[in-house]
Design a protein around this ligand. Sequence first.
Ligand code: PMP
Length: 364
Amino acid sequence: MIERPDVISLAGGLPAAETFPAAELAAMVADILGSDPGALQYSTTEGFEPLREWIGARHGAGTERVLVTHGSQQALDVVARALVDPGDLVALADPGYVGAIQVFRLAAAQLMAIPSDADGMQVGALEQRLHAGARPKLVYVVANFNNPTGATLALERRAALGALADRYGFVVVEDDPYGDLRWEGVALPPLASFSDRVVTLGTVSKILCPGLRIGYAVAPPALASSLVLVKQALDLHTSTLGQRAVHRLLTTPGFLAAQLDRLRPLYRDRAAALADALRGGLGDRFRFQPPAGGMFVWGEFVEDIDTQRLLPAAVASGVAYVPGAAFAVAADHHRALRLSFVTTPPDQLREGVRRLAAAVCRHT
Ligand code: PMP
């Protein structure tokens, strides 16, 4: 009998579970339940006021602009329901975040694929489409450590996108789950600093844990009340207990800084191990950008290797990834793949790449 190795999955986008603040949460939840009757009661749709204040302060926005949601995924759905009518144009980078593609397809939007490169969405290409008469209602951007490409939108592209939003009247949705996970270089200014037409989506999924499902939208004042109405119809409000627990964690002096200080070097070392292994194992055959933050490496085979067709061989060799085609908006990305490095320790990352290289050799 041939023993199949356990598959090392570099496919998922799961944060490292050993960083979840379980013990702190257990103590806080016990305390909240013993002292705050509101923790198990119905509450307002907008969210737990002290948490909204904390989020607003972090984004330099008034509390009235903040809506707490069931993860940032729900925030995106709420924004789409509030803004997008069937047939409306929605522009997004190609390749794109699968969860966003799903939301916009469900809203029956017409997707406008904007090519992207190592500096993120090619805002010049968007501008050309606008000049030619295209009128998107919304432009969706993951400006920091994009999922799937890992790319960060360059400063001049941020400024240009803000100016285009003002000129053509579309709303920019900046989805930013990964901005805090930067271990190299300096953070670039958020899109909201370039235009008032920006909705910022955030989440605690990648910095605390995803299971509590706490995310949010910070919207322009004119849009904020429509978002509340949509959210009310969907689920009345986000978990009262979850919001209180997250608020306690985030406002415990020193906690967030310490948590980020734990996450960043852990992810940095894993990213470095993956990048080294890819260089050693695949060399010039595979092109990728070593990440300065986030959770993903996106790379492309120089030869015409179809990563969808390679996948069964890779899994048989004991490693999994997500083929580029899964993130396609319009272009096919068949030579590309996405690898997540955060859940896997360095030795497993090296072994995963060794298996990937073996599968490539057998496949070609
Ligand atoms: N946006 C992007 C770009 C993501 O990668 C993810 C998580 N995969 C989300 C949103 C959803 O995050 P949340 O857990 O806050 O719903």
